[in-house]
Design a protein around this ligand. Sequence first.
Ligand SMILES: Cc1ncc(COP(=O)(O)O)c(C=O)c1O
Length: 395
Amino acid sequence: MSFSDSVRQRMVEGSWIRRMFEEGNQLKQKLGADKVFDLSIGNPVMDPPPEFYKELQRLAKNPLPGMHRYMENAGYAGARSAVAETLSGEMGLKFRHNNVVMTCGAAGALNVALKAILNPGEEVIVFAPYFLEYGNYIDNHGGVIKVVPTDDSFIPRLDALETAITPKTKAVIVNSPNNPTGVVYSEDLIRGLGRLLGKKQRHFGTKIYLISDEAYRKLIYDGLKYPPVFPHHRQSIVVTSHSKDLALPGERIGYIAVHPECSEHDDLMAALIFCNRILGFVNAPAMMQHLVSKLQNVTVSVADYQKKRDFLYNNLVRMGYSVVKPQGAFYMFPKSPTKDEMEFLNELRQWNVLAVPGNGFGTPGYFRIAYCVEDRTIEGAVAGLEKAAKKFKLC
Ligand SMILES: Cc1ncc(COP(=O)(O)O)c(C=O)c1O
């Protein structure tokens, strides 16, 4: 074999979203883009907010000397300080620049964090349904994924988590607002999770990191307030990005923030910075660091996303679909009317509607809809979802 067997296998297993995306593109070429209602990929159609373009123009007109050179692998002190200042306001703890590493998106942040903490064979727990790349990222760094179920509302079950934790557990990844369900975890849940991890750490004499993937933290609806993990567990690492809140997924800018009182904090930070370097990222993109340091309090229109959510959710419920109401992100995860969700998705495809099977998130029997698309795409998809609902006698 001329290339890695394990890469070959992972490419086959984990390519649902890409496969649907490519299929969507083929259909669009065949039928015309306006005839295809593609809800398969979380690539926001929204453009970045006006403040982004204003800062971009300001920077272009007033270039800083040396602004395209290498820098410290952790990123510019100014960008790290801007992030730290905002976090101090949001997280109920005082952050400084030396608690923050700028990264190439949340994906870069996750890889850096996992590389820094994992020894071969150590376990990382995730809750199903989960962002499937977690399995690839954990494997990248010699870890072993352990999948724990959630309840009917996609809330992690702490009793199931308790039995899954072993002396080899190095980290638990939580993702709220969640991809693919849109569910936001409550403060009570996070508190319970923190207590359980503390108890297990004492029991096994180990350290268990809580890695909180907050890629959608600012996309939160119904006036909810985001409950931070930091107050509930000292071994907490937040990974996030501006891919979704500033609609900059192609620009690859994000960060890692470490609890200021995490044990061995300085050694962990040094390890994270080293890993940012040796994974080949070297540092987060310089221009984007300059820009986002001025945009920490700016977000795309959350009200627009909430409107899309309401329209889609209300229609799905009216048609008889069983779906948990999402409170954040831009995904929904309805139950498939057929046991094998591919049968249902094939029916949807007859109406040129594309969605991703729950299997792609470790939870068969469901399908994921990404509603970060134009309203007309959602409206066209609703028509197809209605025809499919009738065929499967939901309404
Ligand atoms: C839950 C989750 N984590 C991480 C990422 C990666 O984000 P980024 O594009 O910032 O690397 C995504 C992207 O869709 C995601 O859904």
